[in-house]
Design a protein around this ligand. Structure first.
Ligand code: CTP
Ligand code: MG
Length: 344
């Protein structure tokens, strides 16, 4: 049933949406975007929590520092998100698990709630909830690359506001439709934002540049590897101005690309190069262990990391059907701004 009908949809000759028709959706999606932006008080509360947590951990580890990363720091966070925190410390000698267990003990005795150390996760963390602000928080240890990719996303967001508009709506769509759950084989928010950046790099004229392809003005060295890119983004504020596509049309074109245009069999999307790389070139053509490479999204810094590796042969179908549904809703539904986010 499902399989046959989705195949039929894929094969059917597609009409290209009329740009001026679809651009009529722009005001409506802009107001949805505005309503998702967190208020400034929320940022303030997060910073205060971070400062008080840092004070607490400094009693045990005087040199330790806490940094926000993920959506609370990359400007792609909606209201009431959990916050992601990275603790950096000189850990010579002590294992990450032992640090996390000690950290959990400290937090618990300071009356933070729901404290839980997940030492066996891919990224080991301690979870907690602050009873005063009600903010939930995950703390990881020395995940410096996550701080760097957080900065890269934040820097891209400053170049053209359409990235933030597109990514907010795509994330909201993915959460509403149940396709933002890596433990169920669908994609992380981080993966969706990379898909949005790649898409805007690929418009003609391009809406976003390739920061890693330009002269490096920012370099960090982690475990003797340099991570570098152009970060003077204030010099690029009118980069995409010659392209006047608006969010309504871009949103449709984004879903249309993932529904009907992306070559799932052969292509890897790469923000690092602002282009497409072949799966063959990356040796991502077959399943190795749990990595299946059914949709390939190269991490901009950990280039051997495919953010699509969580996707399996069942969830790839669900994902592609959701891309098709979204493209079709935007193109044909009389009330797309409601239908797009309808709970699944
Ligand atoms: N991250 C990563 N590699 C992954 C997944 C995540 O490095 N495979 C890091 C990134 O720095 C990312 C952060 O973890 O920004 C948080 O990831 P995620 O929870 O997917 O995204 P958020 O932006 O926090 O989204 P949400 O609003 O859904 O919490
Ligand atoms: Mg997060």
């Amino acid at each position: 049933g499902l399989q046959v009908s989705s195949q039929r949809m894929r094969n059917r000759r597609k009409e290209i949406a009329c740009r001026s028709d679809i651009e009529r959706l722009t005001p409506c999606f802009l107001s949805i975007y505005e309503s998702l932006i967190p208020p400034d008080e929320e940022k303030e509360k997060q910073k205060q929590l971070l400062a008080s947590l840092e004070k607490l951990v400094n009693k045990e580890w005087p040199g330790a520092q806490l940094f926000l990363y993920g959506s609370c720091a990359n400007t792609f966070g909606v209201s009431n998100s959990d916050i992601d925190v990275c603790m950096t410390l000189d850990d010579a000698g002590t294992s990450k698990s032992d640090i996390l267990l000690k950290l959990a003990e400290i937090l618990e005795s300071d009356n933070l709630q729901n404290v839980q150390a997940l030492t066996r996760a891919r990224v080991p963390i301690v979870k907690l909830m602050d009873p005063v602000t009600k903010i939930s928080c995950d703390i990881c240890i020395n995940n410096v690359l996550a701080l760097v990719n957080t900065k890269l996303l934040r820097d891209y967001a400053q170049i053209d506001v359409r990235l933030r508009q597109l990514a907010f709506i795509v994330k909201h769509w993915a959460k509403s439709r149940g396709v933002n759950e890596t433990y169920h084989g669908t994609l992380s928010s981080y993966a969706y934002v990379l898909m949005c950046i790649h898409f805007l790099q690929s418009r003609r004229p391009a809406i976003l540049p390739c920061l890693q392809g330009m002269k490096a003005t920012y370099v960090v060295n982690i475990d003797s590897v340099d991570y570098a890119y152009f970060d003077r983004v204030e010099e690029l504020h009118d980069f995409g101005a010659v392209n006047n596509e608006s969010i309504g049309y871009l949103l449709w074109a984004f879903f249309d690309y993932w529904a009907y245009c992306h070559d799932y069999a052969n292509d890897v999307i790469s923000v690092r190069t602002a282009g497409i790389i072949s799966k063959r070139e990356k040796d991502w053509t077959r399943r190795i262990g749990n990595d299946r490479h059914l949709i390939c999204i190269e991490d901009p810094f950990e280039v051997n990391h495919d953010l699509g590796r969580v996707v399996d042969k069942y969830s790839i179908k669900i994902l592609r059907e959701e891309f098709e549904r979204a493209a079709d809703v935007l193109q044909y539904d009389p009330n797309p701004s409601v239908k797009l986010f309808e709970p699944y």
